[in-house]
Design a protein around this ligand. Structure first.
Ligand SMILES: [Zn+2]
Length: 228
């Protein structure tokens, strides 16, 4: 044991630490702590505690955790905001694409029959119905849909999108096509006997041919076109 008890040193240690003790006290403490590990530890602990008081450490830890939580929350809300943004952006893109396709590309509006001319309706030697379809309003025709209804009416429906485009050639009339309609084959492939062929829709139609109708014979040119 040391000459001076640890209790005494413990009492003066704060003074020693704050450097407000007498030289004599300082010398005694120095001498004591040189040999007493317990008091040396106490002094060391004192300096740590003063540098970072226990309460303060706890508080910093708490605040640190709060900050972490705030950061986590913020990161999460940032992620949610990003996800929302992504969904909104994707939706807008989707709507724009749908809108574009819907307005410009989706051919679902049937063009009125009064802008079409069906000409050269005739019957070829093999029995096929021949005709030409042309349109006169200067717009593009994007699609012709074929529908065979239950009553055996075959509709060739010209379709356009909502926003129609001008025909590139800017001709007053442009030929959609020459049709060489094989009634027997079409009936067989659709498992129903075709009774009539119309251009248009059930509400707005041009009759091209119906069963029993006598058509003029096709011209030599037409026969030659399909017989090579
Ligand atoms: Zn001691």
């Amino acid at each position: 044991m040391n000459r001076i008890s640890c209790d005494v040193i413990k009492d003066v240690l704060p003074l020693y630490y704050d450097n407000v003790c007498s030289e004599a006290t300082r010398a005694i403490v120095d001498e004591h702590i040189a040999e007493c590990e317990a008091c040396r530890d106490l002094l060391q602990k004192m300096s740590i505690d003063i540098a970072l008081p226990t309460e303060g450490v706890e508080q910093y830890k708490r605040e640190g955790m709060e900050l972490q939580q705030i950061a986590k929350r913020w990161n999460r809300s940032k992620l949610i905001a990003f996800a929302k943004g992504l969904i909104i952006a994707t939706s807008i893109c989707g709507i724009l694409i749908l809108g574009y396709v819907g307005l410009f590309k989706w051919n679902f509006i049937s063009a009125p029959t009064d802008v079409f001319e069906i000409t050269d309706v005739s019957q070829r030697k093999d029995g096929n119905i021949y005709f030409q379809a042309a349109q006169t309003d200067g717009y593009d025709l994007n699609r012709v849909k074929y529908t065979l209804t239950d009553d055996g009416n075959f509709y060739m429906t010209p379709l356009r999108p909502v926003v129609k485009s001008k025909h590139q050639q800017k001709l007053g009339i442009f030929l959609i096509g020459n049709y060489n309609f094989d009634v027997k084959q079409q009936s067989a492939s659709r498992n129903k006997e075709i009774q009539a062929i119309y251009w248009g829709t059930p509400e707005d139609r041009i009759l091209i041919w119906e069963k029993g109708m006598q058509l003029p014979p096709a011209s030599e040119e037409v026969e030659a076109e399909y017989n090579n």
